[in-house]
Design a protein. Structure first.
Length: 263
């Protein structure tokens, strides 16, 4: 059974997000049982599990929660076709305070509301086309600093590649050496991962050089008016096969098509 029903030493209910999870656990049976049957089941469990004062308080919050669920559906439905997620969240926050009171609403939903607000702001930052990539990284890092420690650690792991790339771009733009970049990588991800990144850099540099060389030679062949159309096509084909493996040729051909279409 999901959820928690903690009480004080005096037998009074401590309201936590676990109480809401407890309600939701039972409410998953909607469709199998009637609303009245589910509510009776929840009430019976509360009376069996809790001291009388705590059970009475939990049942009072249950009644408010069932009323809230009905009202919340209307808020979500009204806003379902818009992108105003922050406005929808503000409506839900106001509704929760109205139904439960500020203290109980904060205890039941506060953690979730902070997470949703951060997710909405993160989405806004990521979709803002006026922000440079490095500025986005800074803003996202500031946003993550307000997260709980466990979530912050998870977010750091998820965003590590982007943060790594952004800092490397800063360093290279500032004229820092390859050795400085290597030292930064080792500090952030460890020596073994830094070595793999360095090898990836070498592969990318080699690939870029080979592609540039191929397209320059291809352009020269296309401009050679001494060759007929068939000769040019055959010469380009041989150049492509001599320059790249079969798998690499697929990438080069895709790049050529993208360049030709202007994408």
């Amino acid at each position: 059974m999901d959820g928690a029903l903690p009480i004080t030493d005096a037998g009074e209910l401590i309201v936590t997000p676990g109480l809401r999870r407890f309600f939701d656990y039972h409410l998953t049976a909607l469709g199998e049982l009637s609303d009245e049957e589910i509510e009776r089941r929840i009430r019976a469990t509360l009376v069996a599990e809790l001291p009388p004062a705590a059970a009475a308080r939990a049942i009072e919050i249950l009644d408010a929660y069932m009323h809230y669920r009905e009202l919340a559906r209307e808020v979500v439905d009204v806003r379902a076709e818009t992108d105003e997620l922050d406005a929808r969240l503000a409506q839900l926050i106001a509704l929760r305070r109205d139904v439960f009171g500020a203290a109980v609403a904060a205890a039941l939903f506060g953690e979730e509301e902070r997470q949703l607000a951060a997710a909405i702001e993160r989405r806004r930052i990521m979709s803002d086309q006026t922000l440079p990539a490095l500025r986005k990284e800074d803003l996202l890092a500031e946003l993550d600093r307000d997260l709980p420690a466990d979530e912050r650690a998870m977010r750091r792991a998820e965003t590590l590649p982007g943060r790594l790339l952004a800092q490397e771009q800063r360093m290279r733009a500032a004229g820092r050496s390859a050795a400085d970049v290597e030292a930064f990588r080792q500090q952030l991800v460890g020596q073994e991962a830094a070595q793999r990144l360095a090898e990836l850099d070498r592969q990318r540099t080699d690939w870029s050089r080979r592609v540039t060389t191929f397209f320059a030679a291809k352009e020269a062949l296309e401009a050679d008016r001494l060759l007929g159309a068939q000769q040019r096509r055959e010469s380009i084909r041989r150049l492509l096969e001599a320059s790249f493996s079969a798998a690499e040729r697929l990438r080069v051909e895709a790049a050529a098509r993208a360049a030709a279409s202007g994408s």
